[in-house]
Design a protein around this ligand. Structure first.
Ligand SMILES: NC(=O)c1ccc[n+]([C@@H]2O[C@H](COP(=O)([O-])OP(=O)(O)OC[C@H]3O[C@@H](n4cnc5c(N)ncnc54)[C@H](OP(=O)(O)O)[C@@H]3O)[C@@H](O)[C@H]2O)c1
Length: 319
C-alpha cells in the first residue's frame, strides 16, 4: 500500500526545486477541436488562482494553446494577484506559428515576446522549444534559428532553464544529445496505456535532465473514463487502447480506486520522472488531483495491471 508524495523535488540538476505535479493549461486555451469541449474565461482564471494558492503552484502553458489564449487567461489571473506569487513556478513553450508553419528564429522571437506580453511577465523558470519535430534538426540548430534565438534570451537571464518538448521521443532524444537542454517534456507517451518514452526517460534521468511527463491521462481517457471519453492523444483511441483502459478501470473499481488516481500515480511513482503535468480546467480539479496523489493504492492493484501485459510502446502520433 503506498501513496505519492507532494513534497517538492529537485528539477534535474538545475538547483530549482518544484512541486512534483504541474497544472497543465492546454485545456485553458479553449481548444474545442482538441478536447471536444469549451472552457469559459472565468472558469480558466479560477483554475489558475486555485492552483497558485495550492501546494501545486506550478503552471505549464504554451503559446500554442489556443494560439495565445491559455497564456492570455493565465496573464489575467496573474494580474489579479499582482504577479506570480513568491515560490510559484511558471513555464511556457515557444514554437512555430500555427497559421504559417514558420519555425524561423524570427517567428520564435515574435512568439516569445507575445508570450511575455500575454502573461505579463519578463522572466520564466523554464522555457521549452516546442514542437521541433515540424522542422529539420539542422535548421532548428543553425545560427539565427529557433534554438539560437531562445539561447540568446537564456543567456540574458530571461529564463533560467532551457527545455525541449517535441511530439516524438526520438526527436526529443536528438535535442537532448546536444547537451544544451536542462529538461524535456514528453506527452501521452508514458501512461498506463502507452510507454513509448521509456528509453527517453531513462536517458534523461541518468544525465540529470529534468523529466516532465505530460498528459498522464492520455489527454482524458484515463480521467474522464473510457466509456465517456474514448480518446487518446487528442483523437479517437484505437480499440486495443480502449479495451486496455476498460480492463484497468475494472481492476481499479474492484479496489475502490478511481482510474485517474492510478493513472496519476503510475507517473508519480516512477523515480525517473521529475514532474507530472496533468491538464485541468476547473478549480475543483486542484484538490481532486492532490487527492488522487495522496490516495493509498494497494500493491495488488499494480500487480493486476502488470498481469495484463505491457502497454503499447508505439508512437501514439503515428496511428
Ligand atoms: N509537447 C508538450 O510539451 C505537451 C504536449 C501535450 C500536453 N502538454 C502539457 O501537459 C498537460 C497535460 O496534458 P493534457 O491536458 O493534454 O492531457 P491530460 O492531462 O492527460 O488530461 C487532461 C484531461 O483530464 C481531465 N481531468 C483532469 N483532472 C480530472 C479530474 N480530477 N476528474 C476528471 N477529469 C479530469 C481534464 O478535464 P477538465 O478540463 O474538465 O479539467 C482534461 O480533459 C497539458 O495541459 C499541457 O500543459 C505538453
Amino acid at each position: 500500500m503506498a501513496s505519492a508524495s507532494l513534497e517538492r523535488v529537485a528539477f534535474g540538476s538545475t538547483g530549482l526545486i518544484v512541486p512534483p505535479i504541474a497544472v497543465g493549461c492546454a485545456p485553458l486555451g479553449d481548444m474545442r477541436e482538441t478536447f471536444l469541449y469549451s472552457v469559459p474565461e472565468d472558469q480558466a482564471i479560477a483554475t489558475v488562482l486555485a492552483a497558485l494558492s495550492s501546494p501545486i503552484d506550478y503552471i505549464d502553458t504554451a503559446g500554442w494553446y489556443g494560439d495565445g489564449e491559455s497564456e492570455r487567461r493565465i496573464g489575467l489571473a496573474l494580474k489579479e494577484l499582482g504577479g506570480l506569487p513568491q515560490g510559484a513556478i511558471l513555464q511556457t513553450k515557444v514554437g512555430r506559428s500555427p497559421d504559417l508553419f514558420d519555425f524561423s528564429g524570427e517567428i520564435v522571437k515574435r512568439r516569445f515576446e507575445r508570450s511575455m506580453a500575454l502573461l505579463g511577465v519578463d522572466h520564466f523558470d523554464t522555457v521549452f522549444l516546442h514542437g521541433p519535430e515540424t522542422t529539420p534538426f539542422d535548421a532548428a540548430m543553425a545560427p539565427g534559428g529557433p534554438v539560437d534565438v531562445l539561447r540568446g534570451y537564456y543567456e540574458q537571464g530571461v529564463f533560467d532553464h532551457f527545455g525541449v518538448a517535441s511530439d516524438k521521443s526520438d526527436v526529443d532524444m536528438e535535442y537532448l544529445k546536444t547537451g544544451l537542454f536542462d529538461a524535456v517534456i514528453s506527452s501521452n507517451r508514458y501512461t498506463l496505456l502507452n510507454t513509448n518514452s521509456d528509453e527517453l526517460f531513462t536517458y534523461a534521468a541518468e544525465r540529470g535532465i529534468a523529466v516532465l511527463n505530460a498528459a498522464p491521462y492520455g489527454s482524458g481517457i484515463l480521467s474522464r473514463g473510457p466509456r465517456n471519453y474514448p480518446r487518446y492523444f487528442y483523437r479517437a483511441a484505437p480499440p486495443a487502447i480502449v479495451e486496455r483502459a476498460l480492463a484497468i478501470e475494472a481492476i481499479c473499481e474492484r479496489h475502490g480506486v478511481p482510474l485517474a488516481a492510478a493513472a496519476l500515480q503510475f507517473s508519480l511513482r516512477d523515480s525517473r520522472i521529475t514532474v507530472t503535468i496533468a491538464g485541468m480546467s476547473k478549480p475543483e480539479r486542484i484538490q481532486e488531483t492532490m487527492g488522487f496523489a495522496s490516495l493509498e493504492i494497494p500493491d495488488e492493484l499494480w500487480e493486476k495491471i502488470e498481469a495484463l501485459g505491457p502497454p503499447d510502446t508505439s508512437d501514439p502520433g503515428a496511428t
